[in-house]
Design a protein around this ligand. Structure first.
Ligand code: OAD
Length: 232
């Protein structure tokens, strides 16, 4: 008889990729200390200075080629031997894919893809190469990064909310839960769904009981795996 695994949903943020060498956004030394978020990661910023935005994401993409998934990404993929795992990530990197997680939903887009700057059509894989200024999408508009910027709708949020609502276990890893609507996903978990939060900082989410694992993602995920698999 086929085994039915419990549904484990992992909501991940920049912190899970920190030990791979990718900067988080809001920590000390994070990207939003070095750049004005509204200049490089908003639709208004793109309208004002698209070449600056293009350069910012070209650099992020180039950096992505030079890093690798860490143990936290790998443990999440390994948990598929015990659970029906879906990763809902705010990250635009591809480290969950490279660690072989099989179900991944990107809320904020993907660095290795580009699309039309008129609408969200014409998505193409570009790998790690830069988008050139003047390079056209299939509709003739300037090709832009396939990233959800501040001031834009988050098309995958409804699908993500449905996934979280069906979770038997929710694991939140490496996110400050500052950015909505992504942060609001936690509230979609059923009341009896246990929630684990892996983050070295103190993160609070009013109204929900959570088991806090105050550690970096790699050691925190080791601990979580022991809690979930070895001592169920
Ligand atoms: P943040 O930079 O806001 O939060 C990163 C979290 O990771 C913090 O809670 C840190 O404590 C934690 N952290 C740092 N090092 C860690 C480690 N080694 N292991 C585990 N956790 C660690 O990043 P996000 O919450 O992902 O959106 O930010 C959400 C969104 O804001 C991003 O998707 C991005 C950003 O602006 C867009 O650009 C549209």
């Amino acid at each position: 008889m086929a085994t039915t695994f419990k549904k484990l949903v992992a909501l991940t943020g920049a912190g899970i990729s920190a030990e791979s060498g990718i900067n988080t956004f809001r920590d000390s030394g994070g990207l939003w200390e070095q750049y004005d978020v509204m200049e490089v990661a908003s639709i208004d910023g793109w309208r004002k200075n698209p070449q600056l935005v293009q350069r910012f994401y070209n650099e992020r993409r180039q950096q992505l080629a030079e890093v690798a998934p860490n143990a936290a990404h790998h443990i999440l993929a390994e948990l598929e031997a015990h659970f029906d795992v879906t990763v809902v990530t705010q990250n635009v990197d591809n480290l969950h894919e490279r660690a072989q997680s099989s179900k991944i939903l990107h809320l904020h887009g993907e660095l290795t893809k580009a699309r039309s700057s008129v609408d969200s059509s014409g998505v193409v894989d570009i790998g790690y190469r830069p988008i050139e200024w003047g390079e056209k999408a299939s509709d003739g508009s300037q090709l832009r990064p396939h990233i959800v910027w501040f001031g834009e709708a988050v098309p995958m949020i409804g699908k993500a909310a449905d996934i979280v609502a069906k979770a038997d276990i929710l694991v939140v890893i490496g996110t400050s839960l500052n950015v909505y609507p992504a942060a609001g996903l936690v509230a979609h978990a059923r009341n009896n769904t246990p929630i684990y939060l892996v983050d070295p900082s103190e993160i609070s989410y009013p109204g929900r009981n959570m088991t806090m694992i105050r550690e970096k993602a790699t050691s925190g995920m080791e601990k979580l795996k022991r809690m979930l698999v070895e001592q169920p």
